[in-house]
Design a protein around this ligand. Structure first.
Ligand SMILES: Cc1cc2nc3c(=O)[nH]c(=O)nc-3n(C[C@H](O)[C@H](O)[C@H](O)COP(=O)(O)O)c2cc1C
Length: 207
């Protein structure tokens, strides 16, 4: 609510397990509650099963958000070991299939949140951006770290800027990582040309 009152244009729910949702796990269902003041809001889903993600997207759509977001960025072992979150960065073919299924399952716009790649040697965000755009996502948020980096070291925005400036890319690109003040937000927006800035940790604790 504080973020909204202070001008956030778009917000997302915490990620919700598609597997949990299709089994009607109370935790997942509770996260589907949307308050009028939060709008426009996206419900974020994660999972490694194409069928579960497809079904969960329909359930999430019925909760009435403005959009559905898919998480391909979560680096934690519990998520990655189930083939979800950032794990999909290692299997772009599957990521593309899964995304296409979700896009086709719902009428709402579908957006994606991900990272630069799995690790330093495999930064594949350019391929990911082009292929996900081709299967119909409406916007892409990029966290400027690899999965291997977790949250360590400074976020690298150069590749985010390269994706934004790729003439093949026409969808909005939102940059994410280490933005902790209005000056930095403006500086990075101008330097890398992104369509929006996503704020994570700096919105918590001392908003
Ligand atoms: C405790 C914690 C929980 C997070 N949960 C989510 C999540 O559910 N979905 C998501 O897309 N990103 C999640 N993130 C990642 C942030 O959205 C963001 O990508 C990352 O922290 C880098 O941006 P920042 O430097 O602005 O925090 C989480 C990060 C932290 C530290």
């Amino acid at each position: 609510m504080l973020c909204k009152q202070h001008g956030a244009d778009l917000m997302f729910t915490e990620f919700i397990s598609s597997e949990g949702l299709i089994r009607k796990a109370a935790k997942g269902i509770k996260k589907l509650d949307i308050f009028a003041a939060e709008r426009p809001v996206g419900i974020q889903l994660f999972g490694g099963s194409e069928d579960a993600m497809e079904e969960a997207a329909r359930i999430a759509e019925a909760a009435g958000p403005e959009l559905i977001d898919i998480n391909y960025g979560c680096p934690v072992h519990k998520v990655v070991s189930k083939g979800a979150g950032a794990c999909l960065l290692q299997d772009v073919d599957k990521m593309v299939r899964l995304t296409e299924k979700v896009v086709k399952a719902v009428k709402l716009p579908v957006t994606v949140k991900t990272r630069l790649g799995w690790n330093e040697a495999t930064k594949n965000i350019m391929e990911v951006a082009e292929r996900l755009q081709d299967v119909g996502i409406s916007a892409l948020s990029i966290h400027g770290r690899t999965r291997a980096q977790l949250y360590k070291g400074p976020a690298d925005w150069t590749l985010i800027g390269a994706v934004k400036n790729n003439p093949r890319i026409t969808i909005p690109i939102f940059g994410n990582g280490d933005i902790d003040g209005p000056e930095k937000a403006m500086e990075y927006r101008e330097r890398y040309g992104v369509d929006g800035i996503m704020i994570g940790r700096a919105s918590i604790g001392h908003p």
